[in-house]
Design a protein around this ligand. Structure first.
Ligand code: ADP
Ligand code: TYD
Length: 195
């Protein structure tokens, strides 16, 4: 059984849909389960949203995402300590994949820099699902989204996905073919969490 599970992938890959359905299914079955997400709704999360919308400096954006997560983790620890299963829609790999894509022209090895900054400042998940899909397809899925944000562009998401694939190599990660049917993906995640 896995207790802390995160969902990662580019915009429109299906993380929110699947994490919600897994949450509903497990809740109905009587599991004590929490569904949470990043950026959060806290005051720091609101600054993060502002950074995204106003295309702020990538370093400031990175620091705010990490600060938001640091605060979020205090709550995640409490949930885990009281025996809850915690599902989180986006987490630390989002920072490595997105902020590194933003910073790659400014510094050498941005992923290494971001990992150093985050080290020992977050709870390590038991499982991270990485939803993999061609950005052209994921962007078709979200083309009608109101308020598309600057991150939702093909070239950028290509870089983000490359970063994701590069960092998601250990045993904690499970790649998901995000073009499968929604119910199939829900089933894969659900069975994996119970293992
Ligand atoms: P994300 O949270 O990764 O940005 P969403 O879960 O919001 O993505 O999904 C974006 C859109 O794609 C939604 O309209 C959703 O219904 C649709 N979608 C999600 N997963 C699939 C799938 N496996 N196949 C087809 N459409 C999907
Ligand atoms: P979110 O609302 O989860 O986007 P989506 O539902 O489209 O996947 O996240 C908003 C944006 O924030 C998204 O483009 C990814 C970005 N993001 C980062 O750049 N760094 C991070 O650490 C996180 C958590 C999100």
């Amino acid at each position: 059984m896995k207790h802390f599970v995160t969902f990662e992938g580019i915009d429109g890959s299906g993380k929110s849909t699947v994490s919600n359905l897994v949450y509903e299914k497990m809740k109905k079955e009587g599991y004590k389960i929490i569904l949470t997400y990043e950026p959060t709704d806290s005051w720091i999360g609101k600054i993060v949203q502002k950074c995204i919308k106003t295309k702020s400096d990538p370093f400031i954006t990175a620091y705010t995402f990490i600060a938001d997560r640091y605060e979020h983790c205090k709550q995640i620890k409490k949930w885990l300590d009281t025996g809850k299963i915690v599902l989180c829609d986006r987490y630390v790999e989002s920072t490595y994949a997105y902020q590194a894509a933003q910073m790659q022209k400014s510094i050498d090895n941005p992923i290494k820099w971001l990992k150093e900054l985050s080290k020992d400042r977050y709870v390590i998940p038991d499982r991270t699902f990485l939803f993999v899909i061609d950005p052209k397809k994921s962007l078709v899925r979200i083309q009608n989204r109101e308020n598309l944000i600057p991150f939702e562009k093909i070239d950028f998401l290509d870089k983000v996905q490359k970063n994701y694939l590069n960092i998601s190599k250990g045993a904690r990660f499970k790649k998901i073919d995000a073009t499968k049917k929604i119910h199939e993906i829900v089933d894969i995640c659900y069975k994996d969490i119970l293992k």
